[in-house]
Write a protein that binds this ligand. Structure first.
Ligand code: SF4
Ligand code: SF4
Length: 56
């Protein structure tokens, strides 16, 4: 299980700042979650203004 960022992402960066394990990074103007690093804490979903990170 891991969170995944949907196409709703507006690349604000809030989720990356709040991720406790640094699993979120920017790539080509969008933010992506490293599924192998994600510990499924849900902090990114709480920080996102558009609800883009969702549990798979
Ligand atoms: Fe990081 Fe937690 Fe979001 Fe996974 S669920 S990407 S560990 S903030
Ligand atoms: Fe994208 Fe939401 Fe992360 Fe902002 S907080 S970069 S909109 S996923």
């Amino acid at each position: 299980m891991a969170y995944k960022i949907s196409d709703e992402c507006i690349a604000c960066g809030a989720c990356a700042e709040g991720c406790p394990v640094g699993a979120i990074s920017e790539a080509d103007g969008k933010y992506v979650i490293d599924a192998d690093a994600c510990i499924d804490c849900g902090a990114c979903a709480g920080a996102c203004p558009v609800g883009a990170p969702q549990a798979e």
